[in-house]
Design a protein around this ligand. Sequence first.
Ligand code: ADE
Length: 241
Amino acid sequence: MKFYILTLFPEMVMQGLSTSIIGRATEKGILSIEAINIRDYTADKHKKVDDYPYGGGAGMVMQAQPIYDAWLSVVERVGHHVRTVYLTPQGRTFSQSDAKDFAGEENLILLCGHYEGVDERVLEEIVTDYVSIGDYVLTGGELPAMVMVDAISRMVPGVLSNKVSGETESFEDGLLEYPQYSRPEEWKGKKVPAIILSGDHGKVDAWRHEQSLLRTRDRRPDLLEKASLTQKDREFLEKHQ
Ligand code: ADE
């Protein structure tokens, strides 16, 4: 999958996405991440990319021309229509199912805004999806773009090992993950639950599922309402108030 990130701060996004799992997948050629500097496409002789808002108001607005030309350079290279995301608090909230959906694209353009906003006309012209990463306002779209690239990438086949990829399915079931433990068996007087050490996989799986149920009810009751619970799950929760 190829990501094209249109930004005024290419170093920021490339640095953030060059390590760990995403960095490794890029090195292996499973992913390609390219940051395109919008400033390189300005027709202004002083390399300006923003101007005062018509009608007045605080701050500056990113102009249409450099963004459009940067976007067009990608679309022309790809040779056809490319889904184009504008990161904005005004978008729909990004979710795991969106990550899975975007992971089906071969190419994806992410437009990072800055300052007070972007000239509406270029958004109308190029944007297919308005996406927010949550109800708070950041200084720019770079961190949200990095969040999206990370979450989408781990849904691209081959980025995670087969063993881990199933974990996402459990979140998609609508439940939070169970607690995890590693060595030592006792730390600061706290023991790993005996059932985990029992070696009985059936019991371990059942215990983990129960922990997922309890944890989801405790921390994210909103998710529990949407989760598909069995009669046995309901009875278990009923018994463990
Ligand atoms: N740009 C600024 N804040 C944002 C947010 N919460 N989500 C996406 N893009 C943004």
